[in-house]
Structure formats: C-alpha cells, structure tokens
Design a protein around this ligand. Structure first.
Ligand code: DP6
Length: 335
C-alpha cells in the first residue's frame, strides 16, 4: 500500500480565471503559502481483478483526470484501488481540491512509475484535477506562473523562498463547513463571461505579484497585509459584480473581517484572505497568534479555528495512514 499526503495552500495573490479550461491553464500567475496541518491523505493499492476502486471526498471527475494523465505519461495501466481523505472540511473553500489532487498526483507517480517522474510533470497531472493543486507540491512561498504557450509547457510552479525565511501562522476561521454553492471552475467561467471587473483584475496581476513577492522577500508584514487583502477583495469584487453576482461571504465572514481590522487598530499584526467560500484565513506573525485566537473565539459566526502555518511540508510519501481518519482500503490489496 502506498500512502501520500499533501497540504492545502492559501493564495496571497489569487488565481481566478483560466486561459484554457481543458488544460486548466491560468490566465494570471498566483503566489501562495503552503500549509502544514490541513492535509489530504491518499492510499493507493494495485488491484488485479475488477474495476478501478475509488473512495473519495470531493469531485470524482477531477481525480479521474489526474489518473488519466498519470497513466498516459507512465504508460502504466495497472488497475488501482484509491482512497482520498481530507482531515478538514471538503469543498468549503478550504482548498481541499488543491491538497487532494496534489496528494493523488504524488501517489500515482509512486504507484505507476516508482517515484521516477519529475515534479514538474507530477504538477501537470495535479493541475488537470485542480489548478491550485500545483502549488501544494512545493514548499514555503510558491509562485505558479501562468505562462503563455498553448500546451502549458511554461505554466510551472516553483518555491520562491522557504517558510523559515518569513514565519507566518495561518488561523483558518471556519464559518460554514458545508459544500459551497458553486464550485471554483464554474464560478471563474461565470465571472469571465459576466463580470465587468474580470479583465481589470487580471490587468493588475503583474503589479500585485511583484509587490507581494517583494514583501515576502523583505519580510515586510505591513506591505504584505496591504497587497494581499487588496488582491483578495479585488477577486471578490469580480465575483460580486458579475450578473448574476456570486457572493461567498456570510455574516461570520463580515464579522471576522471587521475583527481583523479592529485587531490591527490595536497594534496586532494580522490580515485576512478569503477564497471561494465563506471561511476566513488570518495570517499573522506567530507571536500574535494567541491574542488573535482569543479574540476570534468570541465571534458568534465562527464555528471553530484551525491553527496552521506556512510550512515546507509540501506533498510527501507517508509510512502509515493517520489514526484519526477512517481506514481507507483493506490490507488484502496487493501492494
Ligand atoms: C479562489 O484550483 O479550486 O482558491 O482549477 O477550477 O479546480 P480549478 O480551481 P481551484 O481554484 C482556486 C481559486 C481560489 C484562489 C487561489 O487559490 O488562487
């Protein structure tokens, strides 16, 4: 049995639009931090008889695209039993498809080609499942370049710097852990066709990217605060200005944004980021974490807070399945 895991990642400069929906190529580059605790787990075993077996949370079509790409590249058609499990809420804008597709692609390389595939190729498989999954394969602060070529050969990701360079905690405030009303792929396409702000959002990407990467390089928390919140709100403005609008925010989202702004007024360094869901991620220097958690717990709209951090623990092979998750595959599958 092969076990792998990959963490979620949170974009500081967001990916919100595609230049090719089939190959899942982004229109603009994005920049993210790889998390540590919020991981997806994958177990893969070979199967001699019967159809492929899947046990998974999330979208089976995404996982199928990753498997097809891995098979095509490795020319290995071995039937597999595959289980994918998240240790945090799925499909609620907590980047579960990023972590699960990254863990799956990483595991398929081991299962189908004994871990011999270059990481850039594994990233292509992961991208076909979910664009943001590419970033979960790399440690620390990660740049995913949009590229320009039709075949996506220059659409690559790389780690820009280690998490140790600029230690940041991430407090994931869970406002609602149910499935989001509209998935990212459909929402992006809706915005492309129906939002007057879509092009403007992409036109500012190069500038935003440059500012955010410089802020990380310089360990300049207040510059990172300004650019990350602005870029995140610009993405949500694209959604909210579409006809009909897409609004992922809930009451708890607004309450948490207000709390972050209030904490900042009190001299506590923190900023928020929100993806395609109502949940709010708060970034802060580790020395401010306990004060922020104390404050966030009093917000009525926040169900719970997951304490994570930017980390170098990207996708990796595991020796065993975590005890706290339901057991995936029976051990009688041949390894
Ligand atoms: C809002 O990677 O989920 O989280 O490629 O269509 O599967 P698909 O989209 P996905 O998009 C995530 C978008 C975002 C912003 C980001 O993470 O950059």
């Amino acid at each position: 049995m092969i076990y792998t895991s990959a963490p979620s990642n949170i974009a500081l400069i967001k990916y919100w639009g595609k230049r090719d929906t089939k190959l899942n190529l982004p229109l603009s580059s994005s920049f993210s931090g790889t998390l540590e605790q919020m991981r997806s787990w994958v177990a893969i075993a070979s199967q001699d008889k019967g159809d492929e077996q899947w046990m998974l949370y999330g979208d089976p079509q995404k996982a199928m695209r990753v498997l097809e790409a891995a098979r095509k590249f490795t020319r290995n058609t071995q039937q597999l039993a595959i289980s994918i499990c998240n240790d945090f809420p799925s499909q609620a804008g907590l980047a579960s498809s990023a972590s699960s597709m990254a863990a799956l692609a990483f595991g398929l390389d081991i299962a189908l080609s004994r871990g011999n595939t270059p990481l850039a190729e594994i990233a292509k498989w992961a991208r076909l499942g979910s664009g943001s999954a590419v970033r979960s394969l790399y440690p620390g602060f990660v740049l995913w370049q949009a590229g320009q070529t039709e075949d996506g050969s220059d659409c690559i990701a790389q780690s820009q710097c280690s998490a140790a360079h600029f230690p940041l905690d991430v407090l994931v405030c869970v406002i609602d852990d149910r499935n989001k009303p509209i998935g990212s792929s459909a929402a992006m396409e809706h915005c492309r066709a129906n939002s007057p702000l879509y092009e403007r959002f992409h036109a500012r990407n190069a500038d935003d990217l440059c500012h955010a990467m410089r802020a990380v390089q310089d360990r300049d928390f207040s510059a990172l605060t300004e650019i990350s919140e602005a870029n995140c709100l610009a993405m949500h403005a694209v959604m909210q200005s579409a006809k009909p609008p897409i609004n992922y925010f809930m009451a708890g989202t607004h309450q948490t944004i207000a709390a972050v702004r209030e904490l900042r007024k009190q001299g506590i360094s923190c900023f928020f980021s929100i993806d395609a869901g109502p949940n709010v991620k708060i970034f802060c220097p580790p020395e401010h974490t306990s004060q922020i958690i104390g404050h966030i717990h009093s917000i009525s709209g926040v169900m719970r807070v997951i304490h994570d951090r930017i980390s170098n623990q990207a996708a990796r092979r595991e020796t065993h399945w975590p005890r706290h998750l339901p057991c995936p595959l029976k051990s009688d599958h041949t390894p």
